[in-house]
Design a binder for this molecule. Sequence first.
Ligand code: PRP
Ligand code: GUN
Ligand code: MG
Length: 162
Amino acid sequence: MAPQYYTVTWDQLHRDARALAWRLIDTGPWKGIVAVTRGGLIPAAIIARELECRLIESVSVETYNEESIGHPVVTKAPTAAGDGEGFLIIDDLVDTGTTARVVRKLLPKAHFATVYAKPAGKDIVDTFVTEVSQNTWILFPWDTDAAPQFVAPIARAPGRGA
Ligand SMILES: O=P(O)(O)OC[C@H]1O[C@H](OP(=O)(O)OP(=O)(O)O)[C@H](O)[C@@H]1O
Ligand SMILES: Nc1nc2[nH]cnc2c(=O)[nH]1
Ligand SMILES: [Mg+2]
């Protein structure tokens, strides 16, 4: 099946991250948040603001190069979150679950939450907001150029004979 793109704007990301905060507010209290860098950084900042949580730790896992999956490498381990008890792990998305599995091993007692989830990885996380199909590539606002551009009328679409 041909891959498709799902474009997320800044506004939508903000709304979806806030929706995730609503799902997490009654599951706490949280001692702190562990952001999975880089993708989890901005969602973690939004959620930290909503949950009034000021202790932010990070874990860095490099799994993808552009759209190609590779072997996950932990380039920065968390030091302030112990075994994860009482901590919230935030990432932008779970796809195959490769990154989440690595982070879970480091913080087995933490609660893992992502904004977006694909079917292959959704059972590995505890909470997410929006599911997209496995053949969808999510394009985040930091990966796109949002410059407005002309779009032709539908009546002039290829195959319509105009
Ligand atoms: O479930 P998976 O198949 O592991 O995919 C999900 C991970 O992939 C992306 O990170 P990426 O490795 O692209 O690094 P980045 O966050 O630094 O951009 C995304 O931010 C998740 O962390
Ligand atoms: N930006 C982005 N990174 C990913 N890493 C794994 N899956 C995805 C995806 O759908 N979008
Ligand atoms: Mg990531």
